[in-house]
Design a protein around this ligand. Structure first.
Ligand SMILES: [Zn+2]
Length: 225
């Protein structure tokens, strides 16, 4: 395989089996942004970092998004060993990943997240990541299925979880719920959530997001019922 110059190796210690493994990461400085979709998927002229944001331990099968990888509690380790490691067929995710391999890694992370009852926001982010990978793979049905799963998790997060110390706030999340609804042809919820977004004080002081919400509301309005 030809070397992909924007990838580098990172050594990771697995908190479940305590062994070390190597995974690829993307040097952002080597990438140029080509475009950004309205649901925040970035397209680059090179390897997309969303293919590498899940670490998978090749020895025990523990998989998680990078930010969550080290946050395991003691009782979680037993749950992973019992439900994942005991059935794990050793395989390596440490090389360059094609889209199928990236999707598999993200689905393993989703399984971990469901077993360990991660927040709805976190589960939604993983589902969204899988939906995006299917978009890059141009598999429309699977993309829609995972955007829908992400949308539903995000609605639960919006209604029941604190967004403090996350990469989300109410404005951005309500906008995203609206946009995902629009993309899965749920016109009614798209309009409802764009309106929710536009009525928030925190949106009014964010002109960029305010404009995006207005524009996407207009597109949703024009959708066939
Ligand atoms: Zn491990």
């Amino acid at each position: 395989m030809t070397e992909i110059k924007e990838l580098y190796d990172k050594k990771v210690d697995c908190p479940v089996c305590n062994r070390q493994f190597t995974t690829k990461k993307v040097r952002m400085s080597r990438l140029r942004l080509i475009k950004r979709d309205e649901d925040f998927l970035n397209h680059y002229n090179g390897e997309n970092p969303i293919k590498y944001n899940v670490f998978v331990c090749p020895n025990c099968g523990y998989a998680s998004r990078e930010k969550k990888f080290d946050t395991l509690r003691k009782e979680h380790i037993g749950i992973i060993k019992e439900n994942i490691s005991s059935k794990w067929t050793k395989r390596d995710f440490g090389g360059p990943r094609d889209l199928d391999k990236a999707i598999e890694a993200n689905k393993l992370a989703l399984l971990t997240g469901m077993l360990l009852e991660y927040s709805k926001l976190e589960l939604g982010n993983t589902c969204l990541n899988i939906g995006w990978l299917y978009r890059l793979k141009e598999e429309k049905d699977e993309e829609q299925r995972f955007l829908s799963l992400a949308r539903d998790r995000f609605i639960e997060a919006y209604n029941t979880e604190s967004l403090t110390d996350t990469n989300m706030d109410e404005s951005k999340l309500s906008y995203l719920i609206g946009e995902l609804s629009r993309r899965i042809n749920d016109k009614e919820k798209a309009l409802t959530w764009f309106n929710t977004c536009l009525n928030l004080p925190s949106t009014k002081i964010n002109p960029l997001l305010d404009n995006m919400a207005r524009e996407q509301w207009r597109k949703a309005k024009e959708m066939e019922k």
